[in-house]
Design a protein around this ligand. Structure first.
Ligand code: HEC
Length: 136
């Protein structure tokens, strides 16, 4: 009787191990391959935009955001021109170092100044490129 119970327990334990192993296998195969199935640059840029609350403060058409605490991001070309620097550089600087150039009519110290460290470099480049490509 005792031996039988031990055997049953051993079988249950074995069953659990098999189940866990099968589960792991599933998780692995469900994971996308390293290349080919990554989100598009657009999806990735929008995810960065949304997860960093840019839309809480800014209007930006591709993100359908309506925040009005900061300037309208659909119109950055005029802002870059007024500042006298190329659009890409203007946007990069505005995002990573917002207090160096403060948009007319707005205050310094409102936009978070830590995006350079908070957003990984690749995602930051994608976000800036996306803004440059979709603003007017
Ligand atoms: C808490 C509100 C807030 C958040 C969040 C925020 N911003 Fe801003 N942003 C502002 C304000 C206010 C200004 C204007 C003052 C200044 O230039 O620093 C501004 C300025 C800018 C400018 C310059 C616009 C111009 O016309 O000069 C850009 C570009 C910009 N933000 C992009 C972003 C992006 C991209 C994010 C997210 C990664 C973001 N902002 C998050 C408030 C915010």
């Amino acid at each position: 009787m005792v031996r039988r119970q031990t055997r049953t327990l051993a079988l249950v334990a074995l069953g659990l191990i098999v189940l866990v192993a099968a589960g792991c296998g599933k998780t692995k195969s469900a994971r996308p391959p390293a290349q080919g199935k990554q989100p598009s640059p657009r999806a990735s840029a929008l995810a960065t935009f949304n997860s960093n609350d840019c839309g809480q403060c800014h209007i930006f058409a591709p993100a359908k955001s309506t925040g009005t605490i900061g300037p309208n991001l659909n119109k950055l070309k005029a802002a870059a021109r007024a500042d006298g620097i190329p659009l890409g550089q203007f946007v990069y600087q505005a995002v990573t170092d917002p207090n160096t150039y403060v948009a007319p009519g707005y205050q310094a110290g409102v936009m978070p100044a830590d995006y350079l460290s908070a957003i990984p470099p690749g995602k930051l480049t994608q976000l800036v490129t996306f803004l440059v490509m979709h603003t007017h």
